[in-house]
Design a binder for this molecule. Structure first.
Ligand SMILES: [Zn+2]
Length: 114
């Protein structure tokens, strides 16, 4: 499945703490501005998160995302480093430019990025 896109500066800022141009609130992808509708790598990145969330039955995905962020923050002591090294983000960033990635991706593939 793909996320349903909602363009909203207001809600994207609220959900991301003004730190992102896009955020997945399953099953939706919130975008800061409609020009990001054409950013295929960004949308691929967000759809990787949609798949991760679906596979974890959504709520555990957000819990684990938060827990792993805290673990990474203890490890790196920097907000952005912690975020970039969450397994879900490592998988999404490493594969966002491969537009066929989701067709071939294995179940729970984020595990190997831990
Ligand atoms: Zn991401």
């Amino acid at each position: 499945m793909k996320g349903k896109i909602i363009v909203s500066r207001f809600w994207t800022n609220i959900f991301s703490g003004r730190k992102a141009v896009a955020i997945v609130i399953f099953p939706f992808i919130f975008l800061l501005d409609r020009r990001y509708r054409h950013d295929k790598y960004l949308l691929n990145h967000e759809n990787i998160h949609i798949r991760q969330a679906a596979e974890m039955l959504v709520v555990p995905f957000y819990i684990w995302y938060g827990v792993e962020f805290l673990l990474r923050y203890l490890q790196y002591k920097k907000f952005r480093q912690a975020y970039l090294n969450i397994s879900f983000e490592r998988e999404a960033y490493r594969n966002e430019k491969n537009l066929h990635y989701l067709k071939n991706r294995r179940f729970w593939a984020f595990r190997k990025y831990f």
